[in-house]
Design a protein around this ligand. Structure first.
Ligand SMILES: *Cc1c(COP(=O)(O)O)cnc(C)c1O
Length: 359
């Protein structure tokens, strides 16, 4: 027997998710916070880990961490929380809980690739509604038409969107929630970089859930995502969760960080200020068009046909960004640049000027 005899055709047709080797490079490809764990908190944090009972299984629901999360994000008291090993795992749990032949997942394209990948893994059909080509805005009429036609079990809206960085019109999202026969998950992975949120709106519609993660605020290595919404929904989705999905060290570290969130708020405020500086600098470069962003990255378009050469030119100068050209027709000639430290952003801009001047 060979893999071809056993492994599903749609799985064999995939290429494994490729994470490029970034050793020695300035890493501006993955929306990470460039700043390490705040020095002043290091000893206190390590002291809490010293008491962690690693011989025991973790608290199955992470109750202490849930309390810290509720407090930090101001969750309405009547809303429940579900924790995941990254928000990727929550997307997987949602898919497993609804998967049935013919069921659909809908999102807006270009968008976060895991919505489509996990739908495929779970045997759900994925429907991608194109964004407006001129500004990556939400095409409301086309989206409402697709929802009426496809009746998706799950609709994902990233707010702000990845990889485009923009916030969709909140009134358009409300229309989508109202019109949806299934759940609508507003994915606020980039919440630390915007003032807009649907958390205060939870409960206004019975089918709205909000998903967040600690990854982009600066704790990507912990792998912790959370889903907030009406308890009757989360109690059902909780049934497909693996018993100890969030480990003891993650629970303790994340709860500690959330109780000292001012230190991370200072980091994300710096990144927001740097985003504005970087945007202006990119806009001033001939041959580069940056798009406005409410996230910790900027989507930028090169001259037609130049994205591959510019990407490689940056790599040759030690800077890794994400090449999106080829990923979706609307992303032709596009690169995605994570906002780094002031030094990293300066190095990126220098490398970009150098890469563009060689033709
Ligand atoms: C990065 C990202 C996530 C993934 O978050 P993890 O918690 O690290 O799994 C989810 N949604 C969007 C839109 C993202 O960009």
């Amino acid at each position: 027997m060979t893999p071809a005899d056993l492994i599903r055709d749609d799985i064999r047709a995939l290429r494994a998710y490729h994470v490029p080797d970034s050793a020695g490079l300035i890493k501006l490809d993955a929306m990470e916070n460039p700043y390490p764990w705040p020095e002043a908190l290091r000893e206190d944090w390590l002291a809490t880990l010293r008491h962690a009972d690693l011989n025991r299984y973790p608290d199955p629901r992470g109750r202490d961490l849930q309390a810290a999360l509720r407090e930090a994000m101001g969750l309405p008291a009547d809303m429940a929380l579900l924790l995941g090993n990254g928000s990727d795992e929550l997307i997987q749990m949602l898919a497993m809980a609804v998967a049935q032949p013919g069921r659909k997942v809908l999102s807006l394209d270009p968008g976060f690739v895991m919505y489509r990948m996990i739908a495929l893994f779970a045997g759900l059909d994925y429907v991608g509604v194109p964004l407006r080509s001129e500004d990556f805005g939400l095409a409301l009429e086309a989206t409402l038409t697709a929802i009426a036609r496809e009746e998706p079990a799950l609709t994902y809206i990233a707010y702000p969107n990845n990889p485009t960085g923009n916030l969709f019109d909140a009134a358009a999202i409300e229309r989508i929630i109202q019109a949806s026969p299934g759940l609508v998950i507003v994915d606020e992975a980039y919440a630390p970089f915007t003032d807009q949120s649907f958390i205060p709106r939870l409960g206004e519609w019975p089918n709205l859930l909000v998903m967040r993660t600690v990854s982009k605020m600066g704790l990507a290595g912990l792998r912790l995502g959370y889903l907030a919404g009406p308890p009757e929904w989360l109690a059902e989705i909780d049934k497909v969760r693996l018993p100890y999905n969030v480990n003891t060290l993650t629970q303790a570290s994340a709860a500690f960080a959330l109780r000292h969130h001012a230190a991370w708020d200072a980091q994300t405020a710096t990144i927001r200020a740097e985003r504005a500086t970087l945007f202006d600098a990119l806009a001033a470069i001939d041959g580069i068009t940056p798009y406005p962003s409410d996230a910790n990255f900027i989507l930028a378009r090169t001259e037609p046909g130049r994205a591959g050469a510019v990407f490689q030119g940056l790599l040759d100068r030690g800077v890794l960004v994400k090449k999106l050209d080829g990923a979706h027709p609307l992303l032709a000639d596009c690169l995605r640049i994570t906002v780094g430290t002031p030094q990293e952003n300066a190095a990126l801009l220098n490398a970009l000027e150098a890469a563009l001047s060689i033709d």
